[in-house]
Write a protein that binds this ligand. Structure first.
Ligand code: GRF
Length: 199
């Protein structure tokens, strides 16, 4: 029987699409739910078009405890083996993470532990970094922390803006996240490094 993957999003869901597209054929997992905390997230439409069940748990409808209780209820119905955060812009509590320990993963557009949080590309450019990186890691209670499962490096070009750099990194995110998810489903947690190649 296939493993089940719930994908949590807040926005356009391009990483969600790359994960969902990868879970075909002999892949050991299938997407069981795409859940957004934002009712208008573009990724919801894209998931529905791919035939994946969708749900919205609006974080503005209640306090954090209420939000996480509703999130837990939606996940209990979907029975995921893995929870993949893909541009999910809410911080999960330690209790929530403990309830799914070792089974939540996230993608972050930096060389963790550098540049946790927001505006990673602007901060990397301001620091004069020669490379930008994206990281897939296990989620632990600390923000953008937890064991690293995979990384991909991207060159910084002389005229880069945060936007151009983000677009170049996103191409590698779309390759790295499916690779790491598949490895996880096959029981491999050793960190993997993906070499850069242009889109
Ligand atoms: C990605 O850059 C991801 O690394 C970050 O948020 C962005 C989400 O993009 N956490 P998308 O919604 O997957 O297109």
């Amino acid at each position: 029987m296939s493993q089940r993957v719930a994908i949590l999003i807040s926005g356009s869901g391009s990483n969600m699409v790359s994960l969902a597209r990868s879970m075909v054929g002999d892949h050991p997992a299938r997407p069981c739910l795409v859940l957004s905390n934002r009712p208008g997230a573009g990724g919801l439409t894209r998931a529905a078009e791919m035939g994946i069940p969708t749900a919205v748990v609006d974080n503005r409808a209640s306090d954090r405890a209420g939000f996480e209780a509703a999130l837990q209820a939606a996940l209990a119905d979907a029975r995921p083996d893995w929870i993949a955060l893909a541009g999910f812009m809410r911080i999960l509590s330690a209790d929530f993470v403990a309830a799914h320990a070792g089974r939540i993963v996230n993608i972050h557009p930096s060389l963790l532990p550098k540049y946790r949080g927001l505006d990673t590309h602007a901060r990397a450019l301001a620091a004069g970094e020669a490379e930008a990186v994206c990281t897939v890691h296990e989620v632990t209670p600390a923000l953008d922390d937890g064991p690293i499962l995979g990384q991909a490096r991207v060159p910084v070009l002389p005229d880069d803006t945060p936007e151009t750099l983000a677009a170049r990194v996103l191409v590698m995110e779309h390759r790295l996240y499916p690779l790491v998810l598949r490895r996880l489903c096959e029981g491999q947690r050793a960190p993997v490094t993906l070499p850069y190649s242009p889109a």
